[in-house]
Design a protein around this ligand. Structure first.
Ligand code: ZN
Length: 131
């Protein structure tokens, strides 16, 4: 089963989607398996990182801007090559183990949808596989 979630994103930011992934899992009620969270966009991504201190994601955004600044040498006509670079760096998906009916996340981990070229209407998919 694939679950589709829609979201409105800000200009740039990490949106905590952990509870939405848990919603999908609650509809399945499987004890053991894996969960894939996938983003079908080229200027957004999915990652897992700290959700206790919101300053961590602020620092990640700051550092990604520093690593991938806009360059006049970029030739992509849409003008958002820095966003494409950040999306490739972060990746399009994350995989989480399901154990005893729960996501096997660390105490401080959350699942994030990462927007690099918003605001936009976005979506992501959650696929749950029993096993
Ligand atoms: Zn583009």
């Amino acid at each position: 089963m694939i679950y589709t979630f829609n979201l409105q994103t800000p200009n740039e930011g990490f949106i905590d989607i952990t509870n939405k992934v848990k919603e999908a899992l609650e509809k399945n009620l499987i004890a053991e398996g894996i969960c894939i969270i996938y983003c079908p966009h080229t200027t957004a991504g999915i990652t897992i990182n700290e959700n206790a201190d919101p300053d961590v994601t602020k620092d990640l955004i700051f550092a990604l801007k520093d690593i991938f600044p806009d360059k006049k040498e970029f030739v992509h006509m849409e003008g958002n090559s820095a966003a494409h670079l950040k999306a490739s760096m972060i990746g399009s998906s994350a995989t989480v183990i399901i154990s005893e009916g729960n996501l096997l996340l660390g105490t401080w981990q959350g699942i994030y949808f990462c927007e690099f070229d918003g605001p936009r209407s976005r979506k992501f998919f959650v696929k749950i596989i029993k096993g």
